[in-house]
Ligand binder design. Sequence first.
Ligand code: ZN
Length: 507
Amino acid sequence: MKLKNILWIFIALILSGFISFGIKKYTVKASIPKEGYRVYLEGRTIGYINSKDELNDYINVQQEKLKQQYHVDKVYIPNEIDVVKELTYENQIDSVESIYNKINSISPFTIKGYQVIIDKTNSTEYLNDDNTTDTSTPKIIKINILNKEMFTKAVESVILSFVDDEQYEAFVNKQKIELESTGEIVENIYIEDEITIKEANLPTNEMIYMDADSLTKYLIFGNNSSSKRYTVKTGDNLEKIADSNSMSVNELLIANSEISNASSLLYVGQELSIGSVSPIFTTIVEKHVVEDQVVKYKTITEYDNKMYQGQVKTKQNGSNGTTRVTQKLKMINGEIVQAYIVASEEIVPAVDKIVVRGGKQVKRGDGEWSWPTNFPYMISSGYGWRWGKLHRGVDIIGTGRGSPVYAARDGVVTNISYHSSLGYHVVIRHDNGYYTQYAHMQNVNGNDRAGSAGSATKYIHVGDRVRAHDVIGEVGSSGGSTGVHLHFEIWDGAPYQAHSFNPLLFY
Ligand SMILES: [Zn+2]
């Protein structure tokens, strides 16, 4: 019996404990079931609110604000918002503002507009020959716009930043233009990337372009932030402004289509757009250009034993000639990438300058700078800032694949190699301490395929002494190059360890 009693007590204890525990729990959970509203978005609970009306009112106010912001009649709220009255034990009641923000971040309010899709998947990649080109550019770009007209207008503005107004008019109106002597005709303008525009519900938490001007800036600069303003000060000129902002004059002109050319006058207080030009789509312009190029006279030295050493006499004065060159140019976003010389006609021949020097001895380090390519040629890209980077040489085009590359001055070959960006290139140390570098040459097999230094050129070896105008290689498009051209640099010491100069200053 004793044992039985103990057992009962034990059971009673357990039961009482159990019950008291149960009561405790019950008092917490069910004391006051509150009346509230559960908010569902796309079938999932996103929070609880006190009042359905309060949320509705808040949404209405926000809708009105968005209507005013975008000048539209209608703002669409997500279809799948459900607000259901229920009894809840949930202590956490959300503010309508936080519910609104949650909705907007998951399934934003939208307005009717258009989505532009620029697809570069099948477009050619145009490299900067310094090959520090960022490969991060997305292949598909989506742009939200309010209406189609502003996009058409912005595209036209972008094109007009690359083409002269009159030339554009003539091209659009299919006017037949005959050049009387020199000048240029735009033969073709097109955008290389695939562009589609479709009606869409635009999320209001994304960028929506509302006017052609801001869209144009975005299409030219490639982003919204880098388009800064610069106010012209006393003593400013385009070159100075461009240089101090890491831009080329050409880029500055592209970014400010109201300035027609490099010699345009600026006024103090004028506002300019500043930033690295990186167009969203690729505008291609093909031009027919006829221009007169100056042919610099050569200096020929003769030696006369009858004259004293050091004595110099000019036997014949030199004079420059003129050659009329007809070219077909392909320009991508305002930069020349291809040039074909269709015809060249000598109008005035150049006359050599002949100097006579005493004695037979030829002094080391004598001589002039000699142009590294054939004539005629074109400079497609000058020395200076381009696409946010310093272009340390000039790009010479138009002489054709396989045409000779010449030593620019007497010197010794110090480097022949292949590099992913420079391609097949040669470095010469000149007797005056300057160095020249010649890049993107084709290899001994006449192609640009990556390879060893040994396949770069059959004309010279490292350590060879070369004279000005000796052939050192062949023009190609190896390494990080977009088209056939010679990239030519002049340094006052070893490349990248000294200063680079604009080679055109030496000729
Ligand atoms: Zn270059």
